[in-house]
Design a protein around this ligand. Structure first.
Ligand code: DON
Length: 333
């Protein structure tokens, strides 16, 4: 080969490396770590929003926590801040329950029995059930999520919970536990979710016993995770269904695409459109203060910060993920 050809190949490789810092092998570490450090410092003093308080235990969580984690499909983990602090997973659990329901029942069952459209309304909206023929509307709002639990295999609470918690553990790559104080606090105050389950039952859009499925749903929302756990769990979605840390396939790649589609249309509830417009990544929030976002083939990110906006989405987590996604050129659109 001529010297000029070598030169052309060298320049092409250089351009590729600079254009996609996430995919580049050696500059990867300092680039991602310094973006996390910058995001942390940029938003550290932002105290806007407030903790969820309709579940009394969540109001008591220290709202200063701020933890950011990125996991790549190669299994590299980058962290900044309070990344080992446990908090309740809340609605982020809905993503993984949906994944299990899809693996057990097939993706068409979700379309037929739950729905996959956006509600454009609050996560626990009863109006959405009345307005939409699909009733539960999608698996990421409370109605669809509780109904999705009712679809899962298992005849009793114990059987359902043991399969579901074992499934979450596979994603986290460790045994997760339940925050019993959060579970009790939410169980004592979940009249609204009970009403949703009863309403769905009246429309033949609930697929089991209300008490059992509400208990399993409430327990799944009370699972203790850290920001690091969440990023590791989400990294399976970023890696097309194969766990980056174990190399085991947990989901079919078809189901991963569908889960990401629902996250895009409904992951941040009535703000999902604005989020897609601004950030361009499938994401899911929880009222515990966590948000996960997935850049397929590139990385998963999780941020924990308890103060929420009026839609129930963590304010600092949204800002930090927006910043990180932009710096890593991650917008999928
Ligand atoms: O059912 C509920 O209301 C809570 N366990 C979960 C809601 C939630 O996390 C909404 N997310 N942003």
């Amino acid at each position: 080969m001529k010297l000029t050809n070598y030169l052309v190949i060298f320049v092409q490789l250089l351009v590729l490396t600079c254009a996609s810092p996430v995919l580049a092998k050696s500059p990867q570490q300092p680039v991602i770590q310094s973006i996390l450090d910058d995001a942390y410092h940029k938003f550290k003093n932002d105290t806007s929003g407030k903790n969820a308080d309709y579940i009394p235990a969540l109001a008591k969580v220290d709202s200063a926590y701020f933890g950011l984690v990125v996991v790549t499909p190669h299994g590299k983990i980058y962290t900044k801040g309070d990344v080992n602090q446990p908090f309740s997973i809340q609605s982020i659990s809905k993503v993984f329950t949906l994944a299990l329901a899809m693996e057990q029942k097939g993706p068409q069952t979700i379309v037929d029995k739950i729905g996959v459209n956006a509600t454009g309304l609050a996560f626990n909206s009863v109006t959405a059930i009345e307005l939409n023929k699909a009733r539960s509307v999608n698996p990421l709002v409370n109605a669809g999520a509780i109904a999705t639990v009712s679809l899962l295999d298992g005849n009793n609470e114990k059987a359902k919970w043991s399969a579901l918690s074992a499934w979450y553990d596979k994603f986290a790559n460790r045994k997760l536990s339940v925050l019993e104080d959060v579970y009790k606090s939410e169980s004592d105050t979940n009249g609204h979710n009970r009403a949703i389950a009863e309403l769905l039952t009246s429309y033949d859009r609930f697929y089991g016993d209300v008490d059992i499925n509400l208990a399993v749903y409430t327990r799944q929302c009370s699972v203790a995770v850290t920001a690091k756990d969440l990023a590791v769990m989400a990294s399976v979605l970023a890696n097309n269904g194969v766990h980056p840390l174990t190399d085991k396939r947990l989901m079919s790649s078809d189901n991963v695409s569908r889960v990401l589609a629902v996250m895009t249309t409904a992951g941040l509830y009535e703000n999902s459109g604005q989020w897609a417009y601004q950030v361009g990544l499938p994401a899911k929030s929880g009222v515990g203060g966590g948000i996960i976002a997935v850049s397929p083939g590139k990385f998963a990110v999780a941020v924990f910060s308890p103060k929420l906006d009026s839609a129930g989405n963590s304010i600092r987590a949204q800002k930090a993920i927006d910043f990180i996604a932009e710096k890593l050129h991650a917008n999928i659109f």
